[in-house]
Design a protein around this ligand. Structure first.
Ligand code: HEM
Length: 348
């Protein structure tokens, strides 16, 4: 798995090297676009089921980049039941959902006609079949819905979150040259002139701290939503059974009472003793959430992030383009509002 990640990143690194050479030693690269549309997509196409779905997912990508994505994120917040009212926004959501569902089912039908290697889609299909055989689906879940929902969950849960975290991490390293130099020194010392493998990734302590601090300041998933299964009382607040509760992750992770007065600043040192030693209330650190529904791909994501950032650090030194404007934008995830353009040079 790590070697697949390394292969994809190496292709991107080589293309940046050519650009730098072509541009006389320094190239301005819009990294969030590169990471989302090329690097991470290439990796998923190789390793998961996107080989086929990718051909049909252009509409999803277009939707991500247009206001339709905002429409989706807004549509589910508000007056109870409003998502069922046929407003213009809801029509757009329903149309988009139908489009995506039929794209996925088309890929699935093609698969049924041929033998495929055991990739993630194949595992979802086999899982669905064995549930179906045991008649264990809940009455309101069809086989198609099980497949479509799992494909969508994996796609949205894995692709955007990782690509955007890598962008924020590189942006923060560009803005904090001292940490960039420290993280690069560690990577070069551990990898020497080799490509990273799983053991090397495990030993990258400074880089782990940098990524953890990135996700503290810019957790891609902003809210976690839970439903009260029974009436609850917190001090003088009563939460009735059935109410959805939104837990705002950035607020929990940046409260100066727990995270010290520099809570809003980039200081990876706070993770020097791990997550448990990072604050007076470490359970407030939850970029992957905590508890029973913790992110199923958290270790996968950390490996992916370390591969991407370590390879980029080992080959390039980078600074923020003067054109960079900070405001983050809330879509399905919190992303750089105007992209992240870095000025990259080869490490001498
Ligand atoms: C930086 C990257 C990532 C972040 C910040 C992230 C964050 C999260 C969060 C906060 C949740 C919990 C949502 C909730 O409780 O409602 C979650 C769930 C999930 N994530 Fe991730 N994720 C990342 C990458 C990935 C990757 C790479 C994969 C798969 C390869 C993945 C697969 C999943 C799945 C399947 C769930 C649902 C788990 C369940 O409901 O039991 N995630 N993720």
């Amino acid at each position: 798995m790590v070697s697949l990640m390394v292969d994809s990143t190496t292709t991107t690194v080589r293309s940046w090297e050519s650009r730098i050479e072509g541009d006389g030693g320094m190239a301005g690269i819009n990294i969030d676009l590169e990471l989302r549309s090329k690097l991470i997509s290439r990796y998923y196409i190789k390793s998961l089921f996107w080989k086929q779905l990718h051909q049909r997912r252009r509409n999803i990508l277009e939707a991500e980049n247009s206001s339709r994505c905002d429409v989706m994120s807004r549509g589910f917040i508000g007056i109870p039941g409003s998502r069922y009212i046929p407003t213009k926004n809801n029509w757009e959501i329903w149309k988009l959902e139908k489009e995506i569902n039929s794209m996925i089912l088309k890929v699935v039908k093609e698969r049924a006609a041929a033998n495929y290697e055991k990739d993630l889609l194949q595992m979802i299909l086999e899982g669905a079949k064995s549930y179906g055989d045991q008649e264990s689906f809940p009455s309101d879940v069809s086989l198609d819905r099980f497949i479509v929902d799992n494909c969508k969950a994996i796609y949205f849960a894995s692709h955007e979150t990782t690509a955007i975290t890598a962008s924020w991490c590189l942006m923060l390293l560009a803005a904090n040259q001292e940490w960039q130099a420290r993280a690069r020194a560690e990577v070069l010392e551990i990898c020497k002139n080799n490509l990273p493998d799983a053991d090397m990734l495990r030993n990258m302590k400074t880089l782990t701290m940098v990524i953890q601090e990135t996700m503290r300041l810019y957790p891609p998933v902003v809210f976690v939503i839970r439903r009260a299964l029974q009436d609850l009382k917190f001090k003088d607040i009563t939460i009735p059974k059935g109410l959805n509760i939104q837990i705002p992750i950035p607020i929990a992770q940046q409260n100066p009472d727990q995270w010290r007065p520099d809570a809003h600043q980039f200081n990876p040192k706070r993770f020097a003793k791990g997550i448990l030693g990072s604050s007076t209330s470490p359970s407030d650190y939850m970029p992957f959430r905590i508890g029973a529904r913790i992110c199923a791909g958290q270790h996968f994501a950390m490996a992916e992030l370390k591969v991407i950032v370590s390879l980029i650090l080992s080959k390039f030194s980078f600074s923020l383009s003067p054109a960079y404007h900070h405001p983050p934008r809330f879509g399905l995830v919190v992303q750089p509002g105007n992209g992240v353009c870095l000025h990259n040079r080869r490490v001498s």
